[in-house]
Design a protein around this ligand. Sequence first.
Ligand code: IPD
Ligand code: CA
Ligand code: CA
Length: 257
Amino acid sequence: MKEKLIQIIKEAGKILIEGYYEEKNVNFKAKKDLVTKYDVGIEEFLKEKFSQEFKEFNIIAEESNNDNIVFNNSIIIDPIDGTTNFVNQVPHTCISVGVYKNKQAYMAVVYNPILDELYTAQSGEGSFLNGKKLTVSNEDDFQKSLISTGFPYTSGTNEDDLEDVIRKIKSILPKCQDLRRLGSAALDLCYVAKGVYEGYYEMNLKPWDVSAGILILTEAGGKVTNIKGEDYKMFEDKYIVASNTKIHMKLLSNLNA
Ligand code: IPD
Ligand code: CA
Ligand code: CA
């Protein structure tokens, strides 16, 4: 399955590259939440190919109506993660696909065709960037840790969420090396897997933002929990907290301070 999955996603990457350099018409799902014809086009392409090739899986995808789809043996697609970057030609954008068997992460692909970075993982078999094995960083000093985060679209409309974002930055920023907000949750998780960041947290993510990145990170030796330190549940938890494992407790305690 892996080779076929990668082949299809690489094909879809050509649509992303084509759109990246074009003038784009943007539609607004919400004040800060964008969608282009490329998000929809890539999603349609992937859904068609996956339903032909992988008949034993149903498909949950960002731009589709997922109301009657039961999460179990599922392929979860974000056709473009980092659409704001895509629209503005910031090269931190990707296609993210997570494959689940009995609700357990089985296979994952995150592909940034602009930088030609292909992240892959399979349960129990490690994770790779362009075929090279990934391992999280060894840093265990929180003060020396580079932490990534994201700002939820709801920060434009929901005062409580905005306050929470600010409160957490106030608590974390003085205690870590620095903070980053690059605009793709899927790639943020891959960057922790790669050892670029020591940690990452964000609120209000959707399953397609993280369905692939979670496996890529855990297979590289990282840890992913909710804000209480319990196993992260994609369809339920408000906060995701991810790390190289070593700084996880510190990250949690600083977020909860
Ligand atoms: C978004 C990106 C961003 C995160 C947002 C996501 P999209 O996904 O992952 O980094 O901060 O919360 O919704 O809309 O570009 O697919
Ligand atoms: Ca996304
Ligand atoms: Ca998206």
